[in-house]
Design a protein around this ligand. Structure first.
Ligand code: BGC
Length: 747
């Protein structure tokens, strides 16, 4: 979309150059020299205190520790603070720090800016549905622009955890189940947050989290154990992390979970061998909230001193909130358990970030109330929130073209999201204002149609309670309508941290309410607000249309209105599989074939196949799936050659035509199957996608380039290589793409 591309351009290129201050680099010495001279003046204690992070009294994002952060700052014991926001507050905290600190080392302020700071974009899983790295980059760029004006130097994002289990509540914070899509969007986020130069005041440090495999928690229960082969870890879970290192991300956060017996917090393998060794990451690693202390409960450390020395020696540079480094590292140093080299390395990495941000030149440069006022909620930011939300909408069903709605229709809007301004922006919404600011469905529809429209708004039921007293009034209004639009879903805090569920149906009595509405015999459109795949088998059988709106952010009501009435033609695709029921979980498109693959009901052999006897193997809605108000046809798939060598590129080309009645955008997806490997390979894997805008009747040719780099995996010898042999390539509008070609990779 033109408008937001030009905003992105302005934010990345124009504003930073002409309006945004860069750190006056001439004022101090080059980084290496500056940091080493500073460190030469620091005592061991002062070095250790740089590795200490406390939370302010602001947002609480973990267990309370009872520590008074201001006292700690006055004692000069704090290198970083999280959850302190706002130009005024951060300036005041910085002042206290500088007045108390012997060497005047500025504090680094971190905050969870996940899908917006004040202007809230759709939840990350929603943004991933756009399959549009530019849209994701723009959202992160705007978030960084706002957050940096509020004194924030560092966000704890992006979360790049691959998630194949919708019971896990944090699926909402990431980009879904796919490694390739996840990697592209992880990079887009880093570019958006960090921009092209960290010393510009509208850029902030990004933090790739949670390292690693946090999304693979057993049974989808948050913080739970992970046990997986190194091959799966490296093939599926690590690539998005690696992609951000290659894109220049400056910080990493380790995860709460253990992997195969070792908590990530003290995993030398993850931090020293892979991240700082193989990948040559030169930034800083922070723990998750009290993650070091939690190694005692894990049964991996006997006390806090033990936990702290294990973590520090494994390569963990900063202790988030746990105070273990502050309280015990010096003792471990005196006892010879932690060397000065290790402490120096951690301290240096932290000081270098402060240097990169320009904090040594001016510790207050981000805390500027005037800039904050001018920056927050700029109209173009709020417009971008509408545009990105529009791209996140996924149309799951649309029978008899019930959508788009027509302005002349008599429409009954019902359901708990009718007036909702709270849940609609989703969880982890930083400083996003909810009630009184976010656009509800009623507000969005009323703005779109004007006050004279023939519409009614009734909640009917609440999200989770069993109260039925409002239901009849809603049904009475629905009786008089031509079409019913039910706006339903989850509470925002049913996803996000520590909210895993075993039941992922529509909560409360919402489904019961839908069943009552169904009895009226009118077309029903279900619009969903949720942060995870829900089980929608009944809804899919009984509703005429289903629009997945996720939690669409500050301007969600506008985007839903524009989409329902066709001003926006939905183009989102699912970044995560929707199961038929929870028993199918974990379910994901790039599974292995097994020795007894089941071919579905047409399979002549129904017994002794890898299948369930009570439900089909296929999901309800597949990864990559999403409809449009128009239709697209794919034809003429061709490859540039039947064989390629390892150093050659293959062109894969397809024609895509808009065959329906509306202009629209289609996400063209390319999947590859490696037919035989030295270890078994997935049935197919996404290796390319492109969003294509097509006018009604228009046809375009789309070409992808594939090289042996795209075909790499960890083979039987654990080498990351492509293997010669046969490959199949599929192109289409979902992971069920049927058009197929072949090629061979030859030595
Ligand atoms: C979460 C992290 C978050 C941190 C700081 C933790 O509980 O797991 O994702 O960045 O808190 O708020």
């Amino acid at each position: 979309m033109k408008s937001y591309q030009s905003i992105l351009f302005a934010l990345v290129f124009v504003l930073p150059v002409c309006a945004q201050k860069k750190a006056p680099r001439t004022a101090i010495k080059p980084k290496a020299e500056f940091v080493s001279e500073l460190m030469a003046k620091m005592t061991v204690d002062e070095k250790i205190y740089q590795t200490v992070q406390f939370t302010s009294d602001g947002t609480v994002t973990g267990p309370k520790t009872g520590d008074n952060f201001i006292t700690r700052i006055q004692q000069g014991k704090v290198g970083s603070i999280l959850n302190a926001t706002g130009a005024k507050a951060t300036r005041e905290i910085q002042r206290i720090n500088l007045e108390s600190s012997r060497l005047k080392i500025p504090i680094l302020f971190g905050h969870d800016v996940i899908h917006g700071y004040k202007t809230i974009f759709p939840i990350n899983l929603g943004m991933a549905s756009s399959f549009d790295p530019k849209a994701v980059e723009l959202a992160a760029r705007i978030a960084a622009t706002e957050a940096s004006s509020g004194g924030v130097h560092w966000t704890f994002a992006p979360m790049v955890d691959i998630a194949r289990d919708p019971r896990w509540s944090r699926v909402s914070e990431g980009s879904g189940e796919d490694t390739y899509l996840g990697s592209q969007l992880a990079v887009a986020n880093v570019k958006g947050f960090q921009g092209d130069d960290l010393s510009k005041i509208n850029t902030i440090l990004a933090c790739t989290k949670h390292f690693a495999a946090y999304g693979a928690a057993e049974a989808g229960r948050d913080y739970n154990t992970v046990d997986m082969s190194e091959r799966v870890l490296r093939d599926i879970y690590l690539p998005p992390f690696k992609a951000t290192v290659d894109a220049g991300v400056k910080t990493f956060m380790v995860s709460f979970n253990e992997i195969s017996g070792v908590p990530s917090t003290a995993s030398k393998f993850l931090m020293r061998d892979v991240l700082k060794g193989e990948w040559k990451f030169d930034g800083m690693v922070v723990s998750d909230y009290t993650g070091i202390n939690e190694m005692i409960a894990h049964g991996f450390a006997k006390d806090e001193q033990d936990a702290a020395q294990l973590a520090m020696n494994a390569g963990l540079d900063m202790d988030m909130v746990g105070a273990t480094y502050m309280n015990t590292l010096k003792k471990s140093y005196d006892e010879g358990k932690v060397s000065i080299e290790v402490i120096n390395d951690a301290c240096k990495r932290i000081l270098e970030l402060k240097y990169d941000l320009g904090l040594f030149e001016d510790p207050y440069r981000y805390s500027d109330e005037k800039r904050e006022k001018e920056t927050i909620y700029k109209p173009e930011f709020l417009q971008a929130a509408v545009d990105v939300a529009n791209k996140s909408m996924v149309l799951l069903k649309n029978n008899n073209t019930v959508l788009p709605l027509k302005k002349e229709q008599k429409i009954a809007f019902v359901g708990p999201f009718v007036n909702d301004e709270y849940n609609i922006i989703g969880s982890w919404a930083a400083l996003g204002e909810r009630d009184g600011f976010a656009t509800s469905i009623k507000e969005g529809i009323t703005k779109f149609l004007g006050n004279t429209a023939n519409v009614t708004f009734d909640e009917g039921v609440e999200i989770q309670s069993t109260k039925r007293d409002l239901m009849q009034k809603a049904i009475d209004n629905a009786k008089k309508a031509d079409v019913i639009v039910a706006v339903m879903g989850e509470r925002e805090n049913m996803t996000g941290e520590a909210a895993s569920q075993t039941n992922i149906d529509l909560p409360g009595i919402q489904k019961e309410f839908l069943a009552e509405l169904k009895k009226l015999g009118k077309p029903i459109v279900l619009v969903l607000f949720n942060g995870r795949p829900l089980t929608l088998t009944w809804e899919n059988e009984n509703m005429d249309a289903i629009l997945e709106a996720w939690f669409p952010g500050s301007r969600g009501g506008d985007a839903v209105a524009q989409t329902l009435f066709g001003q926006n033609n939905p183009s989102g695709k699912l970044p995560i599989t929707f199961p038929r029921n929870v028993g199918q979980v974990p379910i994901y498109y790039n599974h292995k074939n097994t020795g007894r693959p089941y071919l579905g009901l047409s399979d002549p052999e129904q017994k002794y196949k890898s299948r369930y006897t009570d439900v089909d193997n296929s999901p309800l809605f597949a990864f990559g799936y999403g409809l449009s108000y128009t239709t697209f046809s794919y034809s003429n798939l061709r490859v540039s050659s039947a064989k390629i060598k390892f150093n050659q590129k293959l062109k894969v080309t397809v024609d895509v035509a808009n065959t329906g009645n509306y202009d629209g955008a289609e996400v063209v997806q390319l999947y590859i199957k490696d037919v035989v490997g030295s270890v078994t390979r997935p049935v197919r894997e996404l290796k390319g996608f492109e969003r294509v805008e097509l006018k009604k009747g228009e046809k375009k040719t789309v070409t992808f380039e594939i090289s042996s780099e795209d075909l790499k995996f960890y083979n039987i010898d654990m080498n990351n290589v492509a293997e010669a042999g046969d490959f199949e390539v599929f192109i289409g509008g979902s992971s069920n793409a049927e058009l197929k070609e072949k090629f061979e990779l030859v030595d």
